[in-house]
Design a protein around this ligand. Sequence first.
Ligand SMILES: CC(C)(COP(=O)(O)OP(=O)(O)OC[C@H]1O[C@@H](n2cnc3c(N)ncnc32)[C@H](O)[C@@H]1OP(=O)(O)O)[C@@H](O)C(=O)NCCC(=O)NCCS
Length: 169
Amino acid sequence: MPELQRLHPDHLAALLTFEQENRAYFAASVPDRGDAYFADFAGRLAALLTEQAEGICHFHVLVDTNGEILGRFNLMDAADGSADLGFRVAEKAARRGLATATVLHLCTLAATEYGLTTLRAAAALDNTASRTVLTRAGFVPTGEEVRLSGRPGSGYVRDLSRGPEGWAR
Ligand SMILES: CC(C)(COP(=O)(O)OP(=O)(O)OC[C@H]1O[C@@H](n2cnc3c(N)ncnc32)[C@H](O)[C@@H]1OP(=O)(O)O)[C@@H](O)C(=O)NCCC(=O)NCCS
């Protein structure tokens, strides 16, 4: 079973492999990272870990039993009980329900470990997989129209005091 782990410095090599191997796959759905991102990957990871140590962000990787990273699940800009969710799953692990199951798990962690009460997310209208994951994990559209790199999208929110089907915890 893959394990959700909080990002730490030892993830560097596996994380770089994950981003490189899936670069074209991700770029079909979300903006490409750009060459500079890969050129200073260690510096970028160090900056993320600093933000995490300050409590601004909580980064996670989904690690397979062989140490391979299968996905990233991040909570960013945590403030006033709320944070922004972002996620991506490797092409080789797609369509197995990993994103849905892990977002559900992260919703629990966000409430119990990080003291958050709501999560926000955004998905392009043509990103069916992302919108499906968010809906199945209990996120609801806010009605706010957003632009994601020029593409029309929708804002989503999840009340963490409620289960994915809307029942009160
Ligand atoms: C969005 C993403 C994380 C989904 O990961 P995943 O582990 O494949 O998701 P799940 O297996 O939980 O799938 C959720 C549903 O979406 C469907 N789905 C997955 N990929 C799909 C695709 N490319 N097109 C249409 N539907 C897709 C799945 O089949 C599943 O529905 P089903 O159970 O009815 O078959 C992954 O496609 C990804 O990393 N995309 C690129 C980055 C991105 O878009 N991130 C989200 C924005 S923050």
